[in-house]
Ligand binder design. Sequence first.
Ligand SMILES: NC(=O)C1=CN([C@@H]2O[C@H](COP(=O)(O)OP(=O)(O)OC[C@H]3O[C@@H](n4cnc5c(N)ncnc54)[C@H](OP(=O)(O)O)[C@@H]3O)[C@@H](O)[C@H]2O)C=CC1
Ligand SMILES: O=C(O)[C@@H]1CCC=N1
Length: 268
Amino acid sequence: MDKKIGFIGCGNMGQAMIGGIVKSGLVPPEQVYAADPSEQNLNRVQKEYGICVTQDNLVPAKKCDILVLSVKPYLYTDVIEEIRDTVKQDVVIVMIAAGQTIAVNEARFGRNIKIVRAMPNTPALVGEGMAALCANSYVTDEEKNEVREIFESFGKAEFVAENMMDVVAGVSGSSPAYVYMFIEALADGAVLQGMPRQQAYTFAAQAVLGSARMVLETGMHPGALKDMVCSPGGTTIEAVASLEQDGLRAAVIRAVDVCTEKSKAMSK
Ligand SMILES: NC(=O)C1=CN([C@@H]2O[C@H](COP(=O)(O)OP(=O)(O)OC[C@H]3O[C@@H](n4cnc5c(N)ncnc54)[C@H](OP(=O)(O)O)[C@@H]3O)[C@@H](O)[C@H]2O)C=CC1
Ligand SMILES: O=C(O)[C@@H]1CCC=N1
C-alpha cells in the first residue's frame, strides 16, 4: 500500500496495530508514524519496528494519508482541536476509541472530513485481531477498502452499521480481557492439581486457541462441538454441570451486556 499511516497515541492498542501492520509487511516501516508524549513507548516501537516516532502530534498529522486516533476517548476533543488545521485535506481519520461517534467528531473537525470508526482488539499484535468498521459518506469505496486492508493485515475486519459498535466493544473489543481471565483460571485449576504454572498456561491457552479455531473452521454450532467432548458418564460432563451450576454462561452474558451499555453511555 502506497500510503503513510499515522498513529496519535502509541499505547496498548496503538502498539498492537503498529506491530500487526509492520509484521504483515503491508507498508514499509518508514511509512508508519507514531506520536506520543511517552519517550519510553516511542523508543520501544522505534527499536522493535523501525517506524518514525515523534512527540509532536503535528508530524503525523501533516504527513499521513490515514491517521489513527489511538488516544483515550476523553482526549479526542483536545487532539482534534490540535490537529484539525494541519491534517491533509483528504486525510482519512480512523477513530478507535470506545463510545466516540462519527457525528460528534465530524462536528469537532468542523468540515467535511473522512472518518472511519473502528473497534479493534489487542490480538492484532499477533495477527489475530477482530475489528468492526463503519464509515461516513465522505469516505470512498476505495478508501474503505484501504482501511479494511490495514485491519485485515493483522486479523479479521468487517463493516457493520454504526449502531453495532457498542456491542462490538462487548463481544470482541474488550473480550480478550475476559478470555485471559478464563485462561488464568484454567491454569490455576491445573496448578491446584499439581501442574507447574508455566506448563499450565501453555495447556490452557492452546486449548482455548484450538477451540476457537474449531468454531471458525468447522462452522459447527458451539453446542455441538461441546457435546463432542462430553463422553456419557465421563469427565467433561462433570465439569460442564459444575460450570452451569456456578453460572458461567449467565456471568459471561452479563459481562457483554454491561460492557455494551458502558460503551453506549460513553457515547452520550
Ligand atoms: N486497549 C484495548 O484493548 C483497546 C483500546 N481501544 C481504544 O484505543 C484507545 C487507546 O487505548 P489504549 O491503547 O488502551 O490506551 P493507552 O493509555 O495504553 O494508550 C494511549 C496513549 O496515548 C498517549 N497520549 C496521551 N495524551 C496524548 C496526546 N495528547 N497526544 C498523543 N498521545 C497521547 C498516552 O500517553 P501517556 O500514557 O503518557 O498518557 C498513551 O501512550 C482508546 O480510545 C480505547 O477506547 C479500542 C479497542 C481495544
Ligand atoms: O476498555 C476500554 O474502554 C477499551 C475499549 C475496548 C477495549 N478496551
